[in-house]
Write a protein that binds this ligand. Structure first.
Ligand code: NAG
Ligand code: NAG
Length: 193
């Protein structure tokens, strides 16, 4: 800012006046603010916002890569559990998505489009099948952010998030959505489609 001020003062005002002009006249101040100071800060804020976006997107990339790695590790056990549940008519997670609430709320209107590929949602079918216990139940505790669950990540930092699940139990189909900090216990009759 000082830089711009100096340029303005030396360029457009008589130097003698300028050197004594620590008190900028009100009208002058208004002009300064409007044409120099404000645009300068706007530009700077824009730049800062851009840098922040870039930082966030590289963090998300890393988190996604870590989640993918974790899911690879879980995959065998998750498949084994799922197959066992399938055989016994137990709990099978058919499709589970975690991420931006706004995106997930549009699931309906966007029919079966491949939401899995949008940047603000992560597919968590594997980690949830992994967490189904021997009696065919799955419980996620209240007050625990779901992005911390193994195989999950936060695909949209700072946005409200949801977990959306379609599951099968005893030959019926169910679906449910829960908030990031909400408890989840399935199966539950109320979720039946
Ligand atoms: C989704 O669609 C069903 C009926 O097709 C409707 O009952 C439900 O309210 C919709 N949900 C959302 C989140 O739009
Ligand atoms: C499975 O989870 C449910 C719900 O948390 C619990 O009540 C049940 O005891 C668990 N069963 C086993 C075998 O761990």
């Amino acid at each position: 800012m000082n830089y711009y001020l100096q340029i303005l003062l030396t360029k457009h005002l008589n130097p003698v006046f300028a050197s004594g002009a620590l008190v900028v006249p009100a009208s002058m101040y208004f002009l300064l603010k409007k044409f120099i100071i404000k645009p300068y800060y706007l530009r700077r804020n824009k730049q800062k916002a851009l840098e922040k976006d870039e930082k966030t997107s590289s963090q998300v990339k890393e988190a996604r890569a870590a989640a993918e790695k974790a899911q690879k590790l879980q995959e065998n056990v998750a498949n084994r559990k799922r197959n066992k549940q399938l055989e016994t008519g137990g709990l099978v997670i058919m499709r589970a998505l975690y991420g931006n609430e706004r995106v997930l709320c549009n699931l309906n209107s966007s029919s079966e489009t491949s939401l899995e590929s949008t940047s603000e949602v992560i597919d968590v079918t594997i980690p949830l099948n992994f967490l189904v216990n021997d009696s065919g139940q799955l419980k996620l505790h209240e007050g625990v952010k779901k992005s911390g669950i193994m195989g999950f990540c936060d695909p949209c930092p700072g946005e409200p998030k949801q977990l959306y699940i379609e599951y099968a139990y005893a030959g019926n189909e169910y679906k449910v959505s829960v908030g990031d900090y909400e408890e989840l216990i399935i199966p539950q009759g109320a979720h039946r489609i």
